[in-house]
Design a protein around this ligand. Structure first.
Ligand code: PLP
Length: 390
């Protein structure tokens, strides 16, 4: 079905930060399959994990103990400071689990119709509940009736949440991205998430962070909340967790970790031995190759390079980001730049209409970042020149 307006290029092979199309042309990947392939393409440890586990055991179902799932759960809980995990197969499923968890948490304390606060500009997935949670009316168009039980609030606005706290007694949780990704790489103020944490504590709400795009080292720490010494109650992951092998996870801590009991939630494929073995290899490689500090350092380098070339240009509104999650906001819609970049051998993305989004693999080298900066600077300059002339 035509759910995507696709670019006219098909990739046949990948290695590290490089992709080759079916005609053998090489491209530098500054998108990582939308923040998925943090270790780059065909990382040897990932390939080996897939091959070995596929030759041993792929799937048994969650009716049985899965040792490799338990092992992955323990390791993830240790790095995320969480107590328990539900494994699934995608980001939307991880958020579905979080939303169900919040509702059950609410019902258990006597809230008849529990509500979850969600943010304007957010993206949480395409299933009905996660689409409802998503703060983008364009994506919701045509899918009414949406789900009840969500309250929309402006992002990065603590007082809006305080008003909701005063006016309503049905709220059980806040679900939000620590950096808005699809919505345009929007970073909150430095104290915002900590302040939301304090409000959640005061109100008895769960703080649920969607780290599907920001997690797994992307912003320079394992998880974005670790920049702020804030601990959420629930964290959702997917994307970089399997480096391209589908896996998602909903992690929880404290009271939130014991909300689900046998029969309250489930999945056939989630947490299968193959997906979990791959994810263990991903965790190991991120640790061994020190990719979190590397993402922090190279992200600073990338932003500095972009600022040097683009900062003074009229038509460039802002360059912003954290680690290797970087956005360049232009004054005008610039979706056509994706094709312009492809013509120059660069894979990148434009989101929210006017924000160039760069999400290169965390294994990228400085020289390759220089290439990204040069191509982006070139196509943005040309684009702005053409706009001026038109
Ligand atoms: N949450 C965030 C922050 C995302 O960026 C995405 C995907 O872009 C999702 C959820 C949905 O993940 P998936 O496409 O794996 O369902």
């Amino acid at each position: 079905m035509t759910t995507y307006a696709r670019q006219p290029v098909s990739f046949a092979r990948g290695e590290g930060v490089w992709l080759w199309d079916t005609s053998g042309r090489r491209y530098l990947d500054a998108l990582s399959g939308i923040a998925v392939c943090g270790l780059g393409h065909t990382h040897p440890a990932v390939t080996e994990a897939i091959c070995k586990q596929a030759g041993t055991l792929i799937h048994t179902s969650n009716l049985f103990t899965i040792d490799v799932q338990a092992q992955l759960g323990e390791q993830l809980c240790a790095i995320a400071n969480m107590d328990a995990v539900f494994f699934c197969n995608s980001g939307a499923e991880a958020n579905e689990a979080a939303i169900k968890l919040a509702r059950l948490f609410g019902h258990k304390k006597g809230t008849v119709e529990p509500a979850v606060i969600v943010m304007e500009g957010s993206f949480h997935g395409r299933t009905l509940a996660t689409l409802t949670a998503t703060g983008n009316p364009k994506l919701q168009q045509g899918f009414a009736p949406l789900m009840p039980g969500f309250i929309r609030a402006p992002y990065n606005d603590l007082s809006a949440l305080e008003v909701i706290a005063r006016e309503r007694n049905d709220v059980v949780a806040v679900l939000m991205e620590p950096i808005i990704g699809e919505g345009g790489i929007c970073l909150p103020g430095p104290q915002y998430i900590a302040a939301v944490r304090r409000l959640c504590d005061a109100q008895g709400w769960l703080l649920m962070l969607d780290e599907i795009q920001t997690g797994m080292g992307r912003t320079g720490r394992w998880f974005c909340y670790q920049h702020e010494q804030v601990l959420p109650d629930v964290v959702t992951l997917a994307k970089g967790l399997g480096n391209g092998f589908p896996i998602g996870a909903c992690l929880a801590r404290g009271a939130a970790a014991t909300v689900f009991t046998p029969g309250t939630h489930g999945t056939t494929f989630g947490g299968n031995p193959l997906a979990c073995r791959v994810s263990l290899a991903v965790l190991d490689a991120i640790e061994q190759e020190k990719l979190c500090p590397r993402a922090a350092e190279l992200g600073t380098y990338l932003i500095a390079g972009l600022e040097e070339h683009l900062h003074q240009l009229k038509g460039v509104t802002e360059i912003r980001g954290k680690g290797l999650m970087v956005g360049i906001e232009l004054e005008h819609p610039c979706g056509e730049l994706v094709r312009g970049a492809l013509a120059q051998g660069l894979v990148m993305n434009v989101t929210a209409g006017n924000v160039i989004r760069l999400l290169p693999p965390l294994v990228i080298e400085r020289g390759e970042i220089d290439m990204i900066v040069n191509v982006v600077a070139h196509i943005v300059r040309e684009f702005l020149q053409e706009l001026k002339g038109s």
